[in-house]
Design a protein around this ligand. Structure first.
Ligand code: FAD
Length: 436
């Protein structure tokens, strides 16, 4: 096995491409955009050493900074839970364009052939195997296709049903966001906790934030359904009323985008095919962070392929990557989806109650629910029992999330389609859906 094709310059695909090209594989990547157009015009939080190790370079000092303390604001805005960070725990954020630029440069230096301006339209399938990609520049063939084309990947969506890979996200699996930086007007003090996160913002299912920076105001508005122009205008006006230092001049971003906020695909490989990053829904659902998981997935996939050079394109080998990803990361992400979806089944008033009765505290919010322990929640039992239905819904959701995690971490050994289908059905039974 020698030739590898990557669909889309997603972070996980670039990570895998860098390592596989360094290991001597012939790697080609098809990306629909031009190089200069890649990367969002905003700052993101991720684990810096992961990137630095991968590209073999330190991050330039002028493209990142530390975020201030964070205030979580309850739906009715009566309560603010402030998370204070230490130098060690403080969130570090970096502009996305240089982040992606570092990955692209490392890929080019490793010998990955990047075809910019080539749009992938679907997989090329022969019998039970993906053998390449259909593109607007003609078909491209390869031994293995790595799908890094993001949440709406035409490769994943074009796979035949017998691959058993979920094609499309469902309602609630996606977070529709708008992100923009506006100018900061002078004459106002910086808030004590300058990064404010609004849960159930304006009583609606979703989350928004308002960050007060030295010279800009960083706004994110997000809901589980697409945001109309009118809704955006209303929400921005509301933020400006509450933060009169937020100007009208758009300095960065100003675009709509989508983040997967669900469990990663249970099955994400097939003969000749492996998905990484958003195309396999690899984010932490409560906060939508996907860069770390994408980079880790790319590294795991490259290791699996390199260790099994001759048969690496077979589903039986790629399944090892799939299993290992779930053991290390997928289980935690799936558990986190349980918390996110449970919160969405509650009303804004229920969430207000949890804030106001200290059932939700700073320690629960600092890790986006990732550090929420059942034991710690039980300690809040007395407080939560003042509103039993909502409290039991929350507890039940957390317990189902813990079961899903265990199942993810114990996926079937060996690529046995029947066993994997039975395992997926077990996972499906523990799915927490919220009412439309
Ligand atoms: C507003 C916002 C804020 C976020 N903040 C953070 C954060 O702070 N921290 C964090 O970790 N994550 C954050 N994320 C999530 C993060 O962006 C993703 O989870 C992460 O980038 C992984 O996605 P990806 O690289 O797999 O896919 P993408 O970033 O979607 O990349 C896919 C690539 O494939 C290309 N492509 C798509 N279709 C085709 C096609 N048909 N043909 C050819 N090429 C194609 C695209 O042009 C793109 O280059 C945020 C996302 C958004 C939208």
């Amino acid at each position: 096995m020698q030739n590898i094709l990557i669909a889309g310059a997603g972070h996980g695909g670039l990570a895998a491409g860098i390592l596989l090209a360094r290991a001597g594989f012939s790697v080609t990547l098809a990306e629909q955009k031009a190089r200069a157009a890649l990367g969002h015009d905003w700052e993101d939080r991720f684990t810096f050493p992961l990137l630095a190790d991968l590209v073999g370079r330190a991050l330039p000092p002028d493209v990142w900074r530390c975020r201030g303390d964070c205030a979580f604001v309850s739906p009715a805005k009566r309560k603010r839970v402030v998370v204070r960070y230490t130098d060690e725990t403080r969130q570090r954020i970096m502009w996305r364009k240089p982040l992606l630029g570092m990955l692209l440069t490392a890929a080019e230096e490793a010998g990955v052939k990047i075809l910019y301006g080539v749009r992938v339209t679907g997989p090329l399938v022969e019998k039970d195997r993906v053998v390449g990609l259909e593109t607007d520049a003609g078909p491209l063939t390869a031994d293995l296709v790595i799908d890094a084309a993001g949440v709406f990947s035409p490769v994943r969506q074009g796979l035949p049903a017998f691959f058993g890979i979920e094609a499309r996200p469902r309602r609630g699996d996606l977070f529709y966001a708008y992100r923009a930086y506006f100018d900061r007007l002078p004459g106002y003090e910086t808030p004590d906790a300058p990064f404010e996160v609004y849960l159930y913002h304006e009583g609606e299912k979703g989350l928004s934030w308002f960050g007060t920076n030295d010279e800009t105001c960083d706004v994110l508005l997000g809901r589980i359904d697409p945001l109309t122009d009118e809704k955006l205008r209303d929400l921005l006006s509301g933020f400006r009323r509450e933060h009169p230092w937020c100007g009208e001049a758009l300095l960065h971003g100003g675009t709509r985008c989508v983040i997967p906020v669900r469990r990663p695909l249970p099955l994400m490989v097939g003969n000749g095919y492996a998905a990484v990053g958003d195309s396999a829904f690899m984010t932490t659902p409560m906060n939508g962070m996907g860069i770390d998981l994408s980079l880790q997935a790319g590294r795991l996939l490259a290791e699996t392929v390199t260790e099994n050079r001759d048969r690496a394109a077979d589903a039986s080998v790629l399944w090892d990557y799939n299993r290992e990803f779930h053991r290390l990361y997928g289980g935690a992400a799936a558990k986190n989806e349980g918390l996110k979806n449970t919160l969405l089944t509650l009303s804004a008033a229920d969430v207000d109650f949890f804030f106001e009765s200290a059932v939700i505290e700073a320690s629960d919010l600092a890790g986006a629910g990732g550090t929420t322990k059942l034991g710690a929640l039980l300690a809040k039992f007395g407080r939560g029992m003042r509103q039993p239905p909502a409290f039991f819904t929350l507890l039940g959701g957390l317990m189902r999330g813990a079961k899903v995690k265990k199942l993810y971490e114990n996926a079937p050994v060996g690529f046995d389609r029947l066993k994997i289908a039975a395992w997926s059905r077990e996972l499906e039974k523990l799915d927490i859906r919220f009412d439309a």
